[in-house]
Design a protein around this ligand. Structure first.
Ligand SMILES: NC(=O)c1ccc[n+]([C@@H]2O[C@H](COP(=O)([O-])OP(=O)(O)OC[C@H]3O[C@@H](n4cnc5c(N)ncnc54)[C@H](OP(=O)(O)O)[C@@H]3O)[C@@H](O)[C@H]2O)c1
Length: 253
C-alpha cells in the first residue's frame, strides 16, 4: 500500500536490467520505496545494482529469474512475488527489444521474435499482473510503450507495430481496470540513451533514463494515464500523426 504521503512502497520490475527501469527504481527509492524486486533474464548480473539500491535506502531488494518469452512461467514468477511480499504497489513492464528492421524484413522468424517479446509477452505479463493487482484491490501497472507506436515509420515499423499493439492493449486494460482500484499508466518515451540505442545517433528530443524516470514518478503522483518523455513529444507526435501520407513519405524517418 502507498505510504501516507502517496509514495509507492513496493515495486516489481519485469525487465529489471533495463536502463530506464533501473533509473525509475532509483528515483522511486529516493522517494521512499522500500521493497524492490528486479525480474530479469540474468539476475546475477544485477548484484552491483542491488547493492546500490540498498545503499540508497531500499530495505528489501530481490532479484528473480524472468524470461518474458516463456509465457507459461510468467504466472509462477509474478504470482510468486505477490505471494512472498503480500502487497505490490507498482508493477513496471520494462522489457523490450529494438530488433533490426532490415533483418526482420528478410527473416520472418526474427520479426516474429520482436513482435512476440514486445507485444505478446508484454501483454501477457500485464494480464498476469493485472489479475494480482485486481485481487489485492489497489496498485499501478506501468508499461513502457514508445512514440514509435504512435505513427509507424518505414525505418522502424516492426518495432513500432509491436509498441502500437502494446499501447492499445494497455489503454484498453486501463479502462477495464479503472473501477477496481488499479491504475494503468502508458509511458511513451522518444529516443533514450540506453543499452538499446547504444551506437545510434541522437534524434531531436533524445533524452536520458533519469529524465524518463522523473516523468514516470511525476505521472504516478498525479494518476496520469499517459506520460510522454520528454512531455513536448505529445505535441510533436500529435502533429506527426496527422501529417498527410504523401508528406509523411517525404520525411527521412
Ligand atoms: N531506449 C529507447 O530509446 C526507448 C524509447 C522508447 C521506449 N523504450 C522502451 O523502454 C523499455 C526499456 O528499454 P531500455 O531503453 O531501458 O533498454 P535496455 O536497457 O536495453 O532494456 C531492455 C531490457 O529488456 C530486457 N529483455 C529483452 N527481452 C527480454 C525477455 N524476453 N525477457 C526478459 N527481459 C527481456 C533486456 O534484458 P537483458 O538485459 O537480459 O538483455 C533489457 O534489460 C523497452 O520496452 C523499450 O522498448 C525504449
Amino acid at each position: 500500500m502507498r505510504d501516507a504521503l502517496g509514495s509507492v512502497q513496493s515495486v516489481l520490475v519485469l525487465g529489471g536490467a533495463s536502463d530506464i527501469a533501473l533509473a525509475t527504481v532509483r528515483a522511486l527509492v529516493a522517494d521512499r520505496t522500500r521493497t524492490v524486486v528486479l525480474a530479469a533474464r540474468d539476475p546475477d548480473a544485477l548484484a552491483g545494482r542491488v547493492e546500490e539500491l540498498r545503499a540508497a535506502g531500499a530495505e528489501t531488494v530481490e532479484t528473480v529469474p524472468f524470461d518474458a518469452d516463456d509465457l507459461d512461467a510468467q504466472e509462477e514468477t509474478i504470482g510468486g512475488v505477490f505471494e512472498r511480499h503480500g502487497d505490490v504497489d507498482l508493477v513496471l513492464v520494462a522489457f523490450g527489444v529494438l530488433g533490426d528492421q532490415e533483418r526482420s524484413l528478410e527473416d520472418p522468424d526474427f520479426a516474429s521474435g520482436v513482435l512476440r517479446t514486445n507485444f505478446l509477452a508484454a501483454a501477457w505479463a500485464m494480464l498476469v499482473a493485472a489479475r494480482r493487482l485486481r485481487a489485492q484491490g489497489h496498485g499501478a501497472l506501468v508499461v513502457l510503450s514508445s512514440v514509435a507506436g504512435e505513427r509507424a515509420r518505414r525505418s522502424n515499423f516492426v518495432y513500432g507495430a509491436s509498441k502500437a499493439g502494446l499501447d492499445a492493449f494497455a489503454q484498453g486494460l486501463g479502462d477495464e481496470l479503472a473501477g477496481d482500484g488499479v491504475h494503468v499508466m502508458v509511458v511513451r518515451p522518444g529516443m533514450v540513451r540506453t543499452k538499446m540505442t547504444a551506437g545510434l545517433d541522437d534524434v531531436p528530443f533524445t533524452t536520458t533514463p533519469d529524465a524518463v524516470a522523473g516523468e514516470i514518478v511525476k505521472g504516478l503522483r498525479r494518476g496520469a494515464h499517459t506520460v510522454w518523455a520528454p512531455p513536448v513529444l505529445r505535441l510533436v507526435m500529435a502533429g506527426l500523426r496527422h501529417l498527410p501520407r504523401p508528406v509523411f513519405r517525404r520525411l527521412d524517418v
